[in-house]
Design a protein around this ligand. Structure first.
Ligand code: SAJ
Length: 440
């Protein structure tokens, strides 16, 4: 039975993390108050529909009728009903690659303004930030509103660890860490989150420890991917396929296998390192490795565009007349999410070289493509292309009718930007094949 103290949970922000979190607590027996600024999202959720791009959420949205499922655009209506409020709002970066904390600040203010005096409501930030953000952003608002920590409100940090498009790592299957200056509150939150996930949940001390843990999880991933991307540029020059080298190295028990690609996209991996870089800069400590890894990963789309351009010229395709088709636009397989997708700079670089670019991605609505990209709604309509780049390893991309596409190509060149295609099989069909990290 759910602990009476913590039976009312608020979730602010019902996106790819907040909605599954709200559903998870609802399924665990809690009264849930979900809030989102988007009328469209609220309306869809109230109809039992999934407004996020993650297909894993499609069939778990509670159907209308549950009296424990309250969805609204009004934070002020929801918060007074809640013992604990979780904030799962975006933490993007600005155009000059600085952390954008405006959503954290706005959501915090809306929550704190609605907290009843004396309720000691626990407010937990889940969004990815850098160490110090929760207190630096929220304490001034709490003080301005005359709220007292320990009487009216407590704040804590519990990073979301959710892997879109990966049903094995949903909110109910991932370990969690909780940071809070008040150990008693920390332990209460351990008890609460232990009702959401079957994995390990632990109190790790002050907020900054939990904030830092989350950021470095993604920094480490970005650096690891940058290593294989850098090797994917070195080994072809040595006439060696990087994938052969990585597979050989991966026979060692503690070699972590990553895969080179056309780039690193999404709202986590290419974003979070900038939070760490910013924080290091704030305290005057160099973050050279983290910065260099970002530069390597950000350079991949233009690197691939350069290789592809050379392939077109050496195949005799006249400059200014070439047509390239991108298979996949989303940043990651099996999700429909264009945020920070490497497809965008890849297409822009090719178009900048007077190459016409078409894109086909069954997970992405054509309205999301940039103006300069020609949407291909049905892959069987793709004809007259000189080169196809596999950008996103969607199952649908791997399973297209490669023979049919081949028959419609002007020049039958395929470039595997994710190292997932059976290049020998494609060669046997008549394709000329190339791939990231493979000698030309
Ligand atoms: N990528 C590569 N090579 C790799 C792995 C990924 O190029 O070996 C690219 C992907 O194509 C994609 C980008 O990196 O463009 C990010 O891929 P990702 O698998 O890391 O996917 P994300 O961004 O959804 O990361 C999520 C994150 N989860 C949370 O933030 C809760 C991240 O922390 C997880 O580590 C990651 O899932 C995961 O474990 O898969």
């Amino acid at each position: 039975m759910v602990d009476q103290f913590q039976s009312n949970i608020g979730v602010i922000g019902l996106g790819y993390v907040g909605l599954p979190t709200a559903i998870g607590f609802h399924d665990a027996g809690f009264n849930v108050w979900g809030v989102d600024v988007s009328e469209r999202s609220v309306e869809m959720i109230l109809r039992g529909k999934n407004p996020t791009g993650d297909p894993d959420v499609d069939d778990i949205v509670p159907q209308p009728g549950s009296d424990r499922w309250n969805i609204t655009t009004n934070t002020g209506e929801a918060v007074p009903n809640c013992d604990v409020v979780l904030v799962t709002v975006p933490t993007p970066i600005t155009h000059d690659l600085k952390p954008d904390l405006s959503y954290v600040s706005a959501a915090g203010r809306a929550v704190f303004e609605a907290i009843p005096k004396g309720s000691n409501t626990i407010v937990v930030l889940e969004s990815t930030v850098y160490p110090g953000v929760t207190t630096e952003t929220w304490l001034p608002i709490i003080e301005e509103l005359g709220l007292v920590i320990g009487e009216d409100v407590e704040i804590a940090y519990c990073p979301e660890r959710f892997n879109p498009g990966d049903p094995a790592h949903g909110v109910r299957q991932v370990a969690r860490v909780i940071g809070c200056s008040n150990p008693e509150v920390g332990e209460k939150l351990v008890e609460l989150y232990s009702k959401l996930t079957s994995e390990d949940v632990r109190y790790v001390g002050k907020l900054e420890v939990a904030e830092a843990a989350k950021v470095i999880e993604n920094v480490q991933r970005d650096i690891n991917i940058a290593l294989v991307n850098e090797l994917a540029r070195i080994f072809p020059a040595l006439d060696v396929d990087v994938e052969d080298v990585l597979s050989a190295a991966a026979t060692k028990w503690n070699f972590h296998r990553y895969t080179p690609g056309v780039g690193v996209g999404g709202h986590c991996i290419p974003v979070d390192p900038y939070y760490m870089i910013q924080r290091a800069a704030d305290v005057g400590v160099p973050a050279g490795l983290i910065t260099a890894a970002r530069a390597v990963n950000r350079s991949m789309p233009s690197h691939v565009a350069g290789v592809v351009t050379d392939l077109l010229w050496s195949a005799g395709v006249p400059a200014g007349d070439a047509k390239v088709l991108l298979l996949g636009w989303s940043y990651k397989a099996e999700v429909g999410d264009p945020r920070e997708t490497p497809a965008e700079p890849l297409a822009a670089t090719l178009i900048g070289k007077n190459i016409s670019v078409g894109a086909w991605d069954p997970h992405i609505d054509s309205s999301l493509y940039p103006e300069s990209v020609v949407p291909v709604d049905d892959i069987s309509d793709a004809k007259g292309y000189d080169l196809v780049i596999l950008v996103t390893a969607h199952k649908a991309c791997l399973e297209i009718e490669w023979g049919d596409l081949l028959s419609k190509m002007r020049t039958p060149i395929v470039y595997d930007g994710r190292r997932v295609l059976d290049l020998d099989k494609l060669e046997s069909m008549g394709w000329t094949t190339h791939a990231v990290g493979k000698p030309v």
